[in-house]
Write a protein that binds this ligand. Structure first.
Ligand SMILES: [Zn+2]
Length: 290
Protein backbone atom coordinates (compact mmCIF):
# COMPACT_ATOMS: atom_id res chain seq x y z
CA UNK A 1 0.00 0.00 0.00
CA UNK A 2 1.17 3.48 -0.78
CA UNK A 3 0.09 6.88 0.47
CA UNK A 4 0.61 9.95 -1.71
CA UNK A 5 0.03 13.37 -0.16
CA UNK A 6 -1.63 15.19 -3.06
CA UNK A 7 -2.20 18.43 -1.18
CA UNK A 8 -0.48 19.43 2.06
CA UNK A 9 -1.66 23.03 2.25
CA UNK A 10 -3.86 25.16 4.44
CA UNK A 11 -7.16 26.79 3.42
CA UNK A 12 -5.20 29.78 2.12
CA UNK A 13 -3.95 29.55 -1.49
CA UNK A 14 -0.25 28.76 -1.64
CA UNK A 15 1.94 28.49 -4.74
CA UNK A 16 3.62 25.30 -3.47
CA UNK A 17 0.85 23.47 -1.65
CA UNK A 18 -2.50 22.28 -2.96
CA UNK A 19 -5.51 21.98 -0.65
CA UNK A 20 -5.88 18.98 1.65
CA UNK A 21 -6.17 15.63 -0.06
CA UNK A 22 -4.46 12.27 0.30
CA UNK A 23 -4.38 9.38 -2.14
CA UNK A 24 -4.24 5.84 -0.77
CA UNK A 25 -3.16 3.31 -3.39
CA UNK A 26 -4.43 -0.09 -2.26
CA UNK A 27 -4.59 -3.57 -3.76
CA UNK A 28 -8.30 -2.80 -4.40
CA UNK A 29 -7.64 0.46 -6.24
CA UNK A 30 -6.99 4.15 -5.62
CA UNK A 31 -8.95 5.81 -2.82
CA UNK A 32 -8.96 9.58 -2.47
CA UNK A 33 -9.40 11.13 0.96
CA UNK A 34 -10.72 14.70 0.57
CA UNK A 35 -10.71 16.86 -2.55
CA UNK A 36 -8.95 20.11 -1.74
CA UNK A 37 -7.92 22.82 -4.15
CA UNK A 38 -5.92 21.48 -7.11
CA UNK A 39 -6.53 17.82 -6.36
CA UNK A 40 -6.72 16.60 -9.95
CA UNK A 41 -3.55 18.44 -10.99
CA UNK A 42 -1.70 16.66 -8.21
CA UNK A 43 -3.46 13.37 -9.02
CA UNK A 44 -2.18 13.68 -12.60
CA UNK A 45 1.33 14.23 -11.29
CA UNK A 46 0.94 11.10 -9.14
CA UNK A 47 -0.14 9.09 -12.19
CA UNK A 48 -3.83 8.68 -11.46
CA UNK A 49 -7.05 10.35 -12.55
CA UNK A 50 -10.67 10.95 -11.64
CA UNK A 51 -11.71 8.01 -13.81
CA UNK A 52 -9.40 5.63 -11.95
CA UNK A 53 -10.69 6.34 -8.45
CA UNK A 54 -12.31 3.49 -6.56
CA UNK A 55 -13.89 5.92 -4.08
CA UNK A 56 -13.72 9.41 -2.62
CA UNK A 57 -13.82 9.57 1.18
CA UNK A 58 -14.66 12.94 2.72
CA UNK A 59 -13.48 13.56 6.28
CA UNK A 60 -15.93 16.44 6.78
CA UNK A 61 -17.78 19.10 4.89
CA UNK A 62 -15.55 22.14 5.40
CA UNK A 63 -14.99 23.78 2.01
CA UNK A 64 -11.20 23.42 1.93
CA UNK A 65 -11.63 19.62 2.04
CA UNK A 66 -14.11 19.34 -0.84
CA UNK A 67 -13.79 22.44 -2.99
CA UNK A 68 -12.65 20.42 -6.02
CA UNK A 69 -15.21 17.63 -5.69
CA UNK A 70 -17.01 19.24 -8.63
CA UNK A 71 -13.85 18.81 -10.73
CA UNK A 72 -13.60 15.12 -9.79
CA UNK A 73 -17.27 14.53 -10.69
CA UNK A 74 -17.13 16.42 -13.99
CA UNK A 75 -13.78 15.10 -15.14
CA UNK A 76 -14.71 11.50 -14.39
CA UNK A 77 -17.96 11.97 -16.31
CA UNK A 78 -16.50 13.56 -19.45
CA UNK A 79 -13.62 11.08 -19.63
CA UNK A 80 -15.76 7.94 -19.22
CA UNK A 81 -17.23 6.03 -22.16
CA UNK A 82 -19.87 4.27 -20.07
CA UNK A 83 -21.67 5.34 -16.90
CA UNK A 84 -19.21 5.01 -14.04
CA UNK A 85 -20.74 6.24 -10.77
CA UNK A 86 -18.33 8.04 -8.47
CA UNK A 87 -18.52 6.41 -5.05
CA UNK A 88 -18.51 9.17 -2.44
CA UNK A 89 -18.38 8.31 1.25
CA UNK A 90 -18.72 11.00 3.90
CA UNK A 91 -20.41 12.08 7.09
CA UNK A 92 -24.13 12.87 7.36
CA UNK A 93 -24.85 15.80 5.05
CA UNK A 94 -22.66 14.48 2.23
CA UNK A 95 -25.60 13.51 -0.01
CA UNK A 96 -26.96 17.06 0.16
CA UNK A 97 -23.58 18.54 -0.73
CA UNK A 98 -23.17 16.20 -3.70
CA UNK A 99 -26.69 17.06 -4.90
CA UNK A 100 -25.84 20.76 -4.63
CA UNK A 101 -22.60 20.29 -6.58
CA UNK A 102 -24.53 18.42 -9.29
CA UNK A 103 -27.05 21.24 -9.38
CA UNK A 104 -24.26 23.81 -9.80
CA UNK A 105 -23.01 21.79 -12.76
CA UNK A 106 -26.46 21.60 -14.42
CA UNK A 107 -25.84 24.13 -17.25
CA UNK A 108 -22.53 22.44 -18.14
CA UNK A 109 -24.19 19.01 -18.11
CA UNK A 110 -26.95 20.19 -20.45
CA UNK A 111 -24.45 21.80 -22.86
CA UNK A 112 -22.38 18.63 -23.07
CA UNK A 113 -25.34 16.30 -23.42
CA UNK A 114 -26.59 18.45 -26.28
CA UNK A 115 -23.18 18.55 -27.95
CA UNK A 116 -21.86 14.96 -27.65
CA UNK A 117 -23.97 12.27 -29.29
CA UNK A 118 -22.16 9.52 -27.42
CA UNK A 119 -22.70 11.11 -24.00
CA UNK A 120 -26.21 10.23 -22.94
CA UNK A 121 -26.04 10.13 -19.13
CA UNK A 122 -25.58 12.71 -16.41
CA UNK A 123 -22.60 12.57 -13.99
CA UNK A 124 -23.44 9.53 -11.86
CA UNK A 125 -22.56 9.35 -8.17
CA UNK A 126 -23.17 6.81 -5.46
CA UNK A 127 -23.17 8.47 -2.03
CA UNK A 128 -22.89 6.65 1.29
CA UNK A 129 -23.16 8.55 4.55
CA UNK A 130 -21.41 7.06 7.56
CA UNK A 131 -20.85 8.15 11.13
CA UNK A 132 -18.43 5.42 12.05
CA UNK A 133 -17.83 1.76 11.28
CA UNK A 134 -17.11 -0.21 8.11
CA UNK A 135 -16.93 1.68 4.83
CA UNK A 136 -15.58 -0.74 2.23
CA UNK A 137 -14.30 -4.28 2.14
CA UNK A 138 -12.72 -5.82 -0.94
CA UNK A 139 -10.21 -8.66 -0.87
CA UNK A 140 -7.38 -7.73 1.48
CA UNK A 141 -8.63 -4.15 1.83
CA UNK A 142 -10.81 -3.00 4.68
CA UNK A 143 -11.73 0.66 5.25
CA UNK A 144 -13.20 1.80 8.56
CA UNK A 145 -14.38 5.23 9.72
CA UNK A 146 -14.37 6.72 13.21
CA UNK A 147 -16.13 9.87 14.34
CA UNK A 148 -13.61 12.43 15.56
CA UNK A 149 -13.93 15.76 17.39
CA UNK A 150 -13.95 18.91 15.23
CA UNK A 151 -16.86 20.65 17.02
CA UNK A 152 -18.70 22.81 16.17
CA UNK A 153 -18.43 20.76 12.97
CA UNK A 154 -20.99 18.14 13.93
CA UNK A 155 -19.53 15.27 11.95
CA UNK A 156 -15.89 14.71 11.17
CA UNK A 157 -14.33 11.37 10.33
CA UNK A 158 -10.96 9.67 10.29
CA UNK A 159 -10.47 6.68 8.02
CA UNK A 160 -8.35 3.61 8.55
CA UNK A 161 -7.26 1.60 5.53
CA UNK A 162 -6.01 -1.92 6.17
CA UNK A 163 -4.47 -3.71 3.21
CA UNK A 164 -3.24 -7.16 4.20
CA UNK A 165 -0.82 -6.77 7.06
CA UNK A 166 -0.35 -3.01 6.90
CA UNK A 167 -2.59 -0.15 7.97
CA UNK A 168 -2.72 3.62 7.61
CA UNK A 169 -5.01 6.07 9.36
CA UNK A 170 -5.92 9.36 7.69
CA UNK A 171 -7.17 11.78 10.32
CA UNK A 172 -9.10 14.78 9.13
CA UNK A 173 -9.32 17.91 11.22
CA UNK A 174 -9.75 16.93 14.85
CA UNK A 175 -8.79 17.54 18.41
CA UNK A 176 -7.09 14.60 20.12
CA UNK A 177 -9.86 12.12 20.94
CA UNK A 178 -10.43 8.57 22.14
CA UNK A 179 -12.14 7.50 18.90
CA UNK A 180 -9.07 8.43 16.87
CA UNK A 181 -6.80 6.64 19.34
CA UNK A 182 -8.91 3.50 19.02
CA UNK A 183 -8.85 3.67 15.21
CA UNK A 184 -5.05 4.00 15.26
CA UNK A 185 -4.44 0.96 17.46
CA UNK A 186 -1.90 -1.25 15.71
CA UNK A 187 -1.70 0.98 12.61
CA UNK A 188 1.66 1.56 10.93
CA UNK A 189 1.27 5.10 9.59
CA UNK A 190 -0.79 8.06 10.83
CA UNK A 191 -1.44 10.96 8.46
CA UNK A 192 -2.70 13.90 10.51
CA UNK A 193 -3.64 17.55 10.08
CA UNK A 194 -1.37 19.80 12.14
CA UNK A 195 -1.47 23.43 13.21
CA UNK A 196 1.32 25.51 14.75
CA UNK A 197 -0.10 27.10 17.89
CA UNK A 198 3.02 29.21 18.44
CA UNK A 199 2.89 30.75 14.94
CA UNK A 200 -0.86 31.34 14.96
CA UNK A 201 -0.81 33.00 18.38
CA UNK A 202 2.11 35.11 17.19
CA UNK A 203 0.08 36.41 14.23
CA UNK A 204 -2.70 37.38 16.65
CA UNK A 205 -5.67 37.56 14.27
CA UNK A 206 -8.88 36.58 16.10
CA UNK A 207 -10.28 34.65 13.12
CA UNK A 208 -7.04 32.71 12.78
CA UNK A 209 -6.89 32.09 16.53
CA UNK A 210 -10.28 30.41 16.21
CA UNK A 211 -8.70 27.47 14.34
CA UNK A 212 -6.74 26.51 17.46
CA UNK A 213 -9.67 25.22 19.47
CA UNK A 214 -10.83 22.57 17.00
CA UNK A 215 -7.57 21.25 15.57
CA UNK A 216 -4.56 19.40 16.95
CA UNK A 217 -1.31 21.31 17.45
CA UNK A 218 1.95 19.64 16.41
CA UNK A 219 2.63 18.47 20.02
CA UNK A 220 -0.98 17.18 20.21
CA UNK A 221 -0.48 15.17 17.02
CA UNK A 222 2.84 13.80 18.29
CA UNK A 223 1.17 12.76 21.55
CA UNK A 224 -1.57 10.94 19.62
CA UNK A 225 1.04 9.10 17.53
CA UNK A 226 3.02 8.18 20.66
CA UNK A 227 -0.05 6.97 22.58
CA UNK A 228 -1.13 4.81 19.67
CA UNK A 229 2.32 3.42 18.92
CA UNK A 230 2.29 4.02 15.17
CA UNK A 231 5.64 3.65 13.43
CA UNK A 232 5.43 6.72 11.23
CA UNK A 233 3.70 10.07 11.58
CA UNK A 234 3.02 12.25 8.55
CA UNK A 235 2.11 15.88 9.26
CA UNK A 236 -0.06 17.41 6.56
CA UNK A 237 -2.70 20.12 5.95
CA UNK A 238 -0.15 22.39 7.61
CA UNK A 239 -1.61 25.58 9.10
CA UNK A 240 -0.13 28.07 8.57
CA UNK A 241 1.81 26.80 5.55
CA UNK A 242 5.49 26.65 6.55
CA UNK A 243 7.70 29.37 5.14
CA UNK A 244 10.20 27.58 2.86
CA UNK A 245 13.10 26.30 4.92
CA UNK A 246 11.19 26.18 8.20
CA UNK A 247 9.82 22.64 7.84
CA UNK A 248 12.50 21.49 10.25
CA UNK A 249 10.78 23.38 13.08
CA UNK A 250 7.63 21.30 12.52
CA UNK A 251 9.71 18.14 12.57
CA UNK A 252 11.48 19.19 15.74
CA UNK A 253 8.22 19.92 17.58
CA UNK A 254 6.77 16.54 16.59
CA UNK A 255 9.95 14.58 17.31
CA UNK A 256 10.03 16.06 20.84
CA UNK A 257 6.94 14.03 21.68
CA UNK A 258 7.15 11.01 19.37
CA UNK A 259 10.05 8.60 18.94
CA UNK A 260 8.98 7.10 15.58
CA UNK A 261 9.67 8.49 12.11
CA UNK A 262 8.24 11.96 11.44
CA UNK A 263 7.58 13.24 7.93
CA UNK A 264 6.54 16.83 7.27
CA UNK A 265 4.55 16.51 4.06
CA UNK A 266 5.10 18.43 0.90
CA UNK A 267 2.84 17.83 -2.10
CA UNK A 268 3.46 14.49 -3.82
CA UNK A 269 5.30 12.96 -0.88
CA UNK A 270 5.04 9.17 -1.37
CA UNK A 271 5.04 6.89 1.67
CA UNK A 272 5.23 3.12 1.23
CA UNK A 273 3.15 1.60 4.02
CA UNK A 274 4.57 -1.68 5.27
CA UNK A 275 4.05 -3.59 8.50
CA UNK A 276 5.42 -1.46 11.38
CA UNK A 277 7.46 0.67 9.04
CA UNK A 278 7.23 3.15 6.24
CA UNK A 279 9.69 4.10 3.55
CA UNK A 280 9.70 7.37 1.68
CA UNK A 281 10.03 6.89 -2.06
CA UNK A 282 10.02 10.39 -3.44
CA UNK A 283 11.14 12.99 -0.94
CA UNK A 284 9.87 16.46 -1.59
CA UNK A 285 11.60 19.68 -0.60
CA UNK A 286 9.72 19.93 2.68
CA UNK A 287 10.42 16.42 3.89
CA UNK A 288 12.26 15.79 7.12
CA UNK A 289 12.65 12.24 8.33
CA UNK A 290 14.08 11.23 11.66
ZN1 LIG B 1 -12.15 21.44 9.04
Amino acid sequence: MQVVILGSGSPLPDPERAGPSTLVRTSAGDVLVDCGRGVLMRAAAAGTSAGALRAVLLTHLHSDHLTDLNDVLTTRWVTSFAPSPLAVVGPPGTAGVVRAVESMLAPDVEYRLAHHDDLTWRPPSDVTEVDDGPVLEDGAVRITAARTDHAPVRHSLAYRVDDGESAVVIAGDTRPCAALDALCAGADVLVHTAVRRDLIEGIGLPRLNDVLDYHSSVPDVAATAARCGVATLVLTHLVPAPAPGTEGEWHEQAAAGFEGAVLVASDLLVVEVTRRAAAVRSPGPGRHAS
